[in-house]
Design a binder for this molecule. Structure first.
Ligand code: PEP
Ligand code: MG
Length: 601
C-alpha cells in the first residue's frame, strides 16, 4: 500500500523509524464476565480504587528512586484522585442505577475530567488527563485486563499518553511519541524532551490512519517514521522513505554530538563574545540535569511549584531546605535566581482560598498578592535569606509580574523587612541579596529606565510579555500565530528594555521560552541581552546556534528583525543565519580543526 503522510505540531526534536505501538485507554467492555462475578458493585469499585491507589503510590516510589521527583508528585496526586469521594460516589451511584462497575467508573472519570477541562486553565486541563488515566487504571483492575505495553522499541501512537503509562514502559522501548491530541506542554512531550526522543502533537486523523494502515499490513508490524522538528509522521513508509528518515536521524545524532562537544567551553559567539547560559528549574530535583547541561547557574527557579500538589503552603523551614539544596548544588560560582512565587493567573493554588477572578491573567497575581497580605512573600524572603546564609552564598531573588515603581518599592521593603526580622531574632541571614525584577508586563518595559535605577538586574519573561503585548492568552490554542515571541512588536519592546538597562548599567537576562529557541537566542544576543535562561534540554542547541554566528552577524539579524513585519519573517531570517552556522560547524568538525574562536577568555 501507499505510505500515509500526516503532519502535526513539532513538540520535541528527534527522528525515529520503528514499529508502531498503539495505546488506547481501557475499554470497559473487555473482561465483563470477570467483573460481574464480584456481586457487590460498590465494594468492587472501592476495592479496585484502593488497589489503583496502591499501584500509583508504588509507581511514585519507583520514579522517585530513579531521581524523578516531579513525576513522583504526579503519581502521588493521582493516588489521591483514586480515593477521591467525588469520583467514587459518582461511580457507585451510576453502578447502583444499573451500569456495569467498569462503565460506571469510566463514566464518572470522564465527567470529572470534562468538568476540569472546561475550566480553560492549562494546569487544570492537564489534571483532566490525569483523572481519565486514574479511571482507566481502575477499569483495568475491575476487568482484570493488563496494560498492553510495547514488546520492543516502538513509536507510541495515541490520543494522549499519560505519565503513569509511560512510566511502565521499559527503558529504551520508547523511540518517539505521536499524539492525535496533546499540546506542547503535555506530560508525554516533557518526558520525550527529557529522553531526547521526538514528539509530535495534534496530528489530525492519526488514529484512524493508524487503524487503516494496520489493517493493510495485517498481522505484521506496522512501521512509522517521524521527525520531531518538521512535525512529519509517515505510516508504513516505503524502503526509500524509511532510509531518508534514518539518514536524518544520523545527521541529527552528528549535530547533537557536535553540540554536546561545545559544552566544555563557555557559551560564546563565533568571534568570542561571551553569553551567560543558565537554566530554568522548577524544583531542587531539576538541578542535576541543569548541571550536566553545563548551565552556569539558574536564571529562573519557579518556586510556585513548591506550593503546588499539596494541601498547605510549604513552611519556612521546608522552603529553607529547598532553596539551600539548590544553592549548594550550584555553589558560589554559579548564581541561582530564586523567583518569588508567581501564584495566580494560570497557576491556581486552591488551598490559599483566593477569590475567583473573571480574568486571572489580569488579576491579583504574584507580587500583587502582597498588597493584601505580606505573609506569603515575607515567609519566602526569610527562607531565601536563611538559605543563603546556610549555603554561604549570596542569593539572587526576583519578583514576577512587576508593573509599577510601587511594585519595586514593595519588593525592596519586603526584602529588607525579612532581613531585619531575622537579624533581630539573631537567626542566620545572608550578608546581601542581589535583587531583580521580571519584565513581563508592558508597563514595566515602558518604565525600564526608571525601574533599572532601583534594582540590580532585569529578567525578561517573553511568555507573558508576548501574551500581554499582543493581547493573546498564552493558553489559548486558537491564537498560536499571535503567541510567537519573535514578533517584531515584542522584539522592539525588548530592545527598549535593553537600552534602559544599559543606561543604568545593569544586566538583562531573558528567561521566557524564546531564550531556549535557537532562533530566539540568536536575535536576543543581537539585541544586546547578556544572559539566556532556558530548560536544560535546550542549552546545547542555543550554545551551538551562538557558536555558529559572529556578534556583528547577530546584530545585523536583530536590526532586520525589529524592522520586519511579522514573526514569520524573523524566523526565516534567523533560520538562514543558523543554517549557515551549522554548515560552518559541520565543516570544521569534518576537517577536525578547532573553531576560530580560540584564545577567547
Ligand atoms: C515568562 O512569562 O516568560 C516567564 C518566564 O514566566 P512564567 O512562564 O513562569 O510565567
Ligand atoms: Mg511569566
Amino acid at each position: 500500500m501507499n505510505a500515509i503522510r500526516l503532519e502535526g505540531t513539532a513538540a520535541a526534536p528527534g527522528v525515529a523509524v520503528g514499529a508502531v505501538w498503539r495505546y488506547a485507554p481501557g475499554d470497559p467492555g473487555a473482561g465483563a464476565e470477570a467483573e460481574t462475578a464480584s456481586g457487590d458493585p460498590a465494594a468492587a469499585i472501592r476495592s479496585a480504587a484502593d488497589e489503583a491507589a496502591r499501584q500509583l503510590e508504588a509507581l511514585a516510589e519507583r520514579v522517585r528512586d530513579l531521581g524523578r521527583p516531579d513525576d513522583a508528585g504526579i503519581f502521588e496526586a493521582q493516588a489521591l484522585m483514586a480515593g477521591d469521594p467525588m469520583l467514587l460516589d459518582e461511580a457507585i451511584r451510576r453502578a447502583e442505577e444499573g451500569e456495569r462497575p467498569a462503565a460506571a467508573v469510566q463514566g464518572a472519570a470522564a465527567e470529572a475530567a470534562a468538568m476540569l477541562a472546561g475550566l480553560e486553565d492549562e494546569l487544570l486541563a492537564a489534571r483532566a488527563a490525569d483523572v481519565r488515566d486514574v479511571g482507566a487504571r481502575i477499569v483495568r483492575i475491575l476487568t482484570g485486563t493488563a496494560l498492553d505495553l510495547p514488546e520492543g522499541p516502538s513509536i507510541a501512537v495515541a490520543d494522549d499518553l499519560p505519565p503513569s503509562v509511560t512510566a511502565e514502559i521499559p527503558p529504551g522501548f520508547l523511540l518517539g511519541v505521536a499524539l492525535a491530541g496533546g499540546s506542547r506542554t503535555a506530560h508525554a512531550v516533557i518526558l520525550a524532551r527529557g529522553l531526547g526522543i521526538p514528539a509530535i502533537v495534534g496530528v489530525e486523523g492519526l488514529l484512524g490512519a493508524a487503524d487503516a494502515a494496520q489493517e493493510e499490513v495485517g498481522g505484521a508490524d506496522l512501521v512509522a517514521a517521524m521527525d520531531g522538528e518538521s512535525g512529519e509522521v509517515v505510516l508504513d513508509p516505503g524502503p526509500t522513505e524509511a532510509e531518508e528518515f534514518r539518514a536524518r536521524a544520523v545527521d541529527l545524532a552528528g549535530r547533537r554530538a557536535r553540540a554536546a562537544s561545545l559544552r566544555d567551553r563557555p557559551a560564546a559567539t563565533r568571534d568570542g563574545e561571551r553569553v551567560v547560559l543558565v537554566a530554568n528549574i522548577g524544583s531542587p530535583g531539576d538541578a542535576p540535569r541543569a548541571l550536566e547541561a553545563r548551565a552556569e547557574g539558574v536564571g529562573l527557579f519557579r518556586t510556585e511549584f513548591l506550593f503546588m500538589k499539596r494541601q498547605t503552603p510549604p513552611t519556612e523551614a521546608e522552603q529553607v531546605a529547598a532553596y539551600r539544596e539548590v544553592l549548594e548544588a550550584f555553589g558560589p560560582e554559579r548564581p541561582v535566581v530564586i523567583r518569588l512565587a508567581d501564584i495566580g493567573g494560570d497557576k491556581a493554588i486552591p488551598y490559599l482560598g483566593l477569590p475567583a477572578e473573571a480574568n486571572p491573567f489580569l488579576g491579583v497575581r504574584a507580587i500583587r498578592l502582597a498588597y493584601g497580605s505580606r505573609d506569603l512573600l515575607r515567609t519566602q524572603l526569610r527562607a531565601i535569606w536563611r538559605a543563603g546564609a546556610l549555603a554561604a552564598v549570596t542569593p539572587h531573588v526576583m519578583a514576577p509580574m512587576v508593573a509599577t515603581v510601587a511594585d519595586v518599592e514593595l519588593l525592596r521593603s519586603l526584602r529588607d523587612e525579612a532581613r531585619d526580622g531575622l537579624l533581630a531574632e539573631g537567626a542566620p541571614c545572608a550578608a546581601g541579596m542581589v535583587t531583580g525584577i521580571m519584565i513581563e508586563i508592558p508597563s514595566a518595559a515602558i518604565l525600564a529606565p526608571e525601574l533599572a535605577l532601583l534594582i540590580d538586574f532585569f529578567s525578561i519573561g517573553t511568555n507573558d510579555l508576548t501574551q500581554y503585548l499582543l493581547a493573546a492568552d498564552r493558553g489559548n490554542a486558537a491564537l498560536g500565530a499571535l503567541q510567537d515571541a519573535l514578533h517584531p512588536a515584542v522584539l522592539r519592546t525588548i530592545a527598549g528594555v535593553v537600552r534602559g538597562a544599559d543606561a543604568a548599567g545593569i544586566p538583562v537576562a531573558v528567561c521566557g521560552e524564546l531564550a531556549g529557541d535557537p532562533a530566539g537566542a540568536a536575535v536576543l544576543v543581537g539585541l544586546g541581552v547578556d544572559e539566556l535562561s532556558a530548560d536544560a534540554g535546550s542549552l546545547d542547541g542555543v550554545r551551538e546556534a551562538l557558536a555558529g554566528a559572529t556578534r556583528p552577524e547577530l546584530d545585523a539579524l536583530a536590526a532586520a528583525a525589529v524592522a520586519a513585519g511579522d514573526a514569520e519573517t524573523v524566523r526565516g531570517l534567523a533560520g538562514q543565519l543558523l543554517a549557515r552556522g551549522l554548515e560552518r560547524l559541520a565543516a570544521e568538525a569534518g576537517a577536525g580543526r578547532p573553531r576560530a574562536a580560540a584564545g577567547r577568555g
